[in-house]
Design a protein. Structure first.
Length: 230
């Protein structure tokens, strides 16, 4: 039943976002993700994301995020961390003081399961955000829910030398009188190089309010396991 609900969720989100698409602009995201496992119960999370308004470098946002993971048991992961985000205006003539900086504390729960060849991931994230613009700081809370599906193509499971496709949809909810913040719909082709490394090339459609924008994404994931006994 969970599998059918997840598929319907993706179909509904795709149809809704396609109807809202009103721009041909194409941006780009470069992403590096890392999870370093050093204990049966603990690991470190880090990531860097460089986002551009256009395909060529034209900085829209720089995001740095880190956290500490607690592996409760297979398929259940808790994380708490900190993020630093800088947003740049899409106009070089705008004064530098209009750059928007954000300090963010975040907590999340990830649940994973499989159904046949399909890997499912449910991510629940809560964010506390301090947003500074022109020397003024505002505080906001936000909830995020992400549903991801990963399907191996040339093997029955994701392992070394596996080609796979991945999809996700994520909704962002503000804890204010206007709750909808944004929605992200994503699809990608990926390659699992070895047990710790994969690379993905994907397409993301982000809707903020009533406007949508498209991005090409290139992501590298590196998850080394430093435990002597695994």
């Amino acid at each position: 039943m969970r599998t059918y609900i997840s598929i319907l969720f993706f179909i509904f989100s795709s149809c809704q976002l396609h109807a809202q698409l009103n721009t041909d602009d194409l941006g780009s995201w470069g992403m590096l993700f890392n999870q370093t496992r050093f204990h049966n119960k603990w690991s470190l999370h880090s990531e860097v994301q460089f986002r551009s308004y256009e395909i060529q470098p034209n900085t829209e946002q720089l995001l740095l995020r880190g956290g500490l993971n607690y592996h409760h048991r297979p398929g259940i992961l808790f994380t708490a961390g900190y993020g630093w985000i800088t947003n740049y205006p899409n106009d070089e003539k705008i004064l530098k003081h209009q750059v928007v900086d954000e300090n963010r504390i975040w907590e999340q729960l990830i649940l994973k399961n499989t159904s046949g060849r399909v890997y499912f991931e449910h991510r629940y994230r809560f964010e506390q955000r301090w947003i500074t613009s022109a020397s003024t700081t505002n505080y906001r809370n936000r909830l995020r829910y992400l549903l991801r599906m990963t399907i191996p193509l040339n093997h029955k499971e994701v392992k070394k030398n596996t080609l796979f496709v991945g999809f996700y949809n994520e909704v962002f909810i503000n804890l204010t009188n206007t709750p909808f913040d944004r929605n992200r719909l994503y699809g990608a082709l990926g390659y699992q190089v070895n047990t710790s490394t994969n690379i993905q090339l994907g397409y993301l459609l982000q809707t903020v309010g009533t406007k949508s924008k498209q991005y090409l994404q290139l992501g590298l994931t590196f998850n080394p396991d430093l435990r002597k006994e695994k």
